[in-house]
Design a protein around this ligand. Structure first.
Ligand SMILES: [Zn+2]
Length: 524
């Protein structure tokens, strides 16, 4: 890369000197703005990203709604902002079931010994300080729900496997690269058949994915064992448990397959499970909101936005540790190089996005005076990658201001960003949608995917090592410059909505409606 740059630079200089000596020297617009220049300089020469990432992802860890770690993260963020002389507070918006993850330890102890890679799901009941041992059984293929009721008592004391055994632990891209076309096609066809058959097996029990674990624990099962493969090497998605008294554990594809095959071949594997989990009562849920007060128009707002909570199979590094880092670093830089913005710059670190944008919906509901006076919201929440997409979210005139602001962004960061205007209003996906629904110009800084969906999104592999710091640095520069530009703009942004295309049913497209947050969650 370096060599190419050098040659390019040489060519350009040469052309400039020889061919264009009479042209006026064109200055990069970026270099003519000292604030932009200082943003880039601070982000590059004094980056705090690695340190922040370590403190948040490694020391505090994942940030499941209602967990003590979520609370620690809120306190940590406020302290960080305080250290940068930025006013910040934790705003309560609701309550959630409190639960703290403890040890998960799963071993196969017969027919041979092997420690298994797996963990209890979020909110799983523990094993009461004991290690529970039992035989493994596969969910049976019964004729109908009556037959399943007849079978249920045999689940007593057993660990029941309720996921399909994947025929391959190799991702499709690996097959694509190495398999013959015929064997790849054959594998996919067989897998499709197995997937249908497993769905049918589940259906015939008379239960759903949600109610089956509860039926099994009522029948006295020792625990529920599943494997939610994320279609990449070593990656499983870890969501929440439905059981109330016995643990639900997720086991890696490799170890799940091992148990499954041994059960099928009649070797009756035995596993022992130790799961520690603490119910911590009703916990309060918060948004962390930081502020750099505006000097000319303090009642107009630019909001940097990223959800703060995560699932807890990994440490929430790319969902949404990286979005969090982008906005924290952008705020830190702005306070240092642009301490007296025209408009007020807020940062919102929302709680419980993962359960339905709850923190940001609550903020929108609780602060109509802010929402009415939003100049722009910039949200980032799809991984560690540099931003490559920006949609106008259906706002008719977003083209005018967003492209003007973008023109101030250094070329290497700006050029890869594909814009879409006016675009369509996002109805969900992340917290910008809470603002869009309220008619406020809110935008998603959308990232290059870095295999986000397969490897890190809600997986056990969403950890510090997946962060691509150079990309996150670019995004912090982008967010800071866009906030600076939105703050400085002489005009208030237009909120005019575009006429939406006819929908699939032939009706005129409708703007998404604001939705109520869940203010009391996880408690039955
Ligand atoms: Zn997210």
């Amino acid at each position: 890369m370096k060599k190419i740059y050098l040659i390019l630079t040489l060519c350009l200089s040469y052309g400039f000197v020889v061919g264009q000596t009479k042209e006026p020297v064109r200055k990069d617009p970026v270099r003519t703005d000292p604030v932009v220049e200082n943003i880039v300089k601070e982000a590059t020469e004094n980056s705090q990203l690695e340190k922040l990432a370590h403190e948040l992802m490694d020391v505090i860890g994942p940030r499941l709604v209602g967990s003590p770690q979520m609370q620690q993260a809120h306190e940590w963020a406020v302290a960080k902002y305080k250290g940068w002389n930025i006013t910040a507070k934790n705003e309560k918006w609701g309550e959630w079931r409190g639960w703290e993850r403890g040890v998960s330890h799963i071993d196969m102890i017969a027919p041979r010994v092997k420690s298994l890679e797996g963990m209890q799901l979020a909110w799983s009941p523990g094993t009461g300080g004991k290690t529970v041992t039992g035989d493994v059984m596969i969910l049976p293929d019964v004729a109908d729900s009556a037959a399943f009721q007849k079978w249920l008592p045999s689940a007593k004391g057993k660990f029941i496997l309720i996921s399909m055994n994947q025929p391959t632990g190799r991702p499709d891209y690996n097959w694509q690269e190495f398999a013959t076309k015929e064997s790849f096609e054959k594998m996919k066809k067989e897998r499709d058949g197995q997937t249908d058959a497993w769905a049918n097996r589940m259906k015939k029990t008379g239960y759903t994915a949600r109610t089956l674990p509860v039926a099994l624990e009522k029948a006295g099962a020792a625990g529920v064992v599943m494997s939610y493969w994320s279609k990449g090497f070593g990656a499983n998605k870890i969501f929440g448990a439905y059981t109330k008294t016995v643990p639900t554990v997720d086991i890696s594809l490799e170890d799940y397959g091992l148990l499954y095959r041994l059960t099928e071949s009649g070797h009756t594997p035995k596993i022992s499970v130790r799961a520690d989990a603490k119910e911590t009562g009703v916990s309060q849920t918060f948004n962390t909101v930081g502020e750099i007060k505006g000097t000319e128009k303090p009642n107009e707002y630019v909001i940097l936005s990223a959800h703060f909570d995560s699932w807890d199979g990994g440490s929430g590094a790319t969902d949404n540790g990286t979005g969090t880092l982008v906005m924290m670093e952008a705020m830190r830089i702005l306070k240092k190089v642009y301490p007296n913005p025209k408009r007020t710059i807020l940062v919102g670190h929302w709680g419980s996005e993962e359960q339905g944008l709850n923190g940001s919906r609550a903020f929108v509901e609780d602060h109509p005076e802010i929402v009415q006076n939003i100049q722009a919201v910039f949200n980032q929440d799809n991984g560690t990658g540099r931003v490559v997409n920006l949609s106008g979210q259906g706002f008719l005139n977003s083209y005018e201001y967003l492209t003007r602001w973008l023109s101030k962004v250094p070329e290497p960061i700006r050029t890869p960003i594909e814009t879409r205007f006016p675009g369509a209003p996002g109805a969900g996906g992340s917290d910008f949608a809470s603002f869009v629904a309220a008619g406020a110009p809110a935008f998603s800084l959308s990232s290059l995917n870095w295999s986000y969906g397969t490897y890190t999104w809600h997986t056990n592999r969403d950890t510090y090592d997946k962060i691509v710091f150079d990309d996150v640095r670019s995004n912090a520069i982008l967010a800071a410059i866009m906030a600076y530009q939105a703050s400085e703009d002489p005009a208030k942004t237009s909120r005019e909505k575009s006429i939406l295309p006819i929908d699939a049913k032939g009706a005129p497209g409708a703007w998404p409606e604001p939705r109520k947050p869940t203010r009391r969650g996880g408690m039955d």
